[in-house]
Design a protein around this ligand. Structure first.
Ligand code: ADP
Ligand code: MG
Length: 233
């Protein structure tokens, strides 16, 4: 479904992403991990069309290099950010509605926004101002806004960051429901190895923009090269 071939991104002298190639299959939960500064968020920025890059990225057989973020969202690729990107004075419902305006191919659909509000358990808080809610709710809103674009692929950037054990379980449960009940392919950047081994079917480890290894999450997390690159973090 999503295929990257020799994708490289340089910022001046710095090579943030170094000739990465991998494929994500339809319906998969695909994990990405690596130390801080490894190039994980940059990879999402490239897939979502924020910067030009070298190499190729195809989605359902179509090359997406050169398309705008808006065109890429309309194709069915959606993402969340490491720090929740929200408008504090907007209502929960409007915040999720923005996602539907931005990405949906069918024009604005209130029914779908209602469905997403239920799905992320924010139906009761639909009129609340986003800025007044707690971090977990803000994360649910950001995921809800991404879902409202009706994505085929949802890319999550460290969704568990700053969350406690109970919140992590709730977020994991939501991610599993998005994958199983809505059939959305998931790519997840995460630091918590336990989350990755529980959620993902395939795991890619990168360091300084370069692949360390990629494959079965249990094998990958036990790989001496991966353990070494984490001890150095
Ligand atoms: P990660 O998400 O794995 O922690 P990032 O993708 O955010 O890493 O960053 C990878 C490297 O690229 C870092 O060294 C970072 O400073 C650099 N970088 C990221 N975005 C930019 C940018 N817009 N301009 C210059 N350097 C950047
Ligand atoms: Mg990052």
């Amino acid at each position: 479904m999503l295929k990257l071939t020799n994708v490289t991104k340089k910022f001046g002298e710095l090579t943030a992403v170094n000739s990465l190639s991998f494929t994500v299959s339809k319906g998969q939960v695909f994990g990405i991990a690596g130390p801080n500064g490894a190039g994980k968020s940059t990879l999402y920025n490239l897939i979502s069309g924020l910067y030009p890059f070298e190499g190729a990225i195809s989605f359902n057989g179509k090359e997406i290099a050169g398309l705008s973020p808006h065109q890429i969202a309309k194709l069915g690729i959606s993402r969340t950010f490491q720090i929740p990107q929200i408008f504090p004075s907007l209502s929960v419902e409007k915040s999720i509605g923005v996602g539907n305006h931005f990405g949906s191919r069918e024009g604005f659909e209130q029914d779908y926004v209602d469905k997403v509000l239920e799905f992320v358990n924010l139906h009761d808080k639909r009129h609340a101002m986003v800025g007044q809610l707690n971090l977990l709710d803000k994360k649910m809103i950001m995921i809800g806004a991404a879902l409202a674009t009706k994505p085929e692929v949802l890319m999550l950037d460290e969704p568990m960051a700053g969350s406690n054990a109970k919140e992590i379980i709730q977020l994991m449960e939501l991610i599993q429901r998005i994958n199983r009940d809505l059939g959305v392919t998931i790519i997840i950047i995460e630091h918590f190895m336990k989350v990755l081994t529980e959620l993902t079917e395939k795991l890619l480890i990168i360091e300084t923009g370069t692949e360390i290894c990629c494959g079965d999450p249990v094998e990958v997390t036990g790989d001496p090269r991966v353990i070494e690159c984490y001890l150095g973090d």
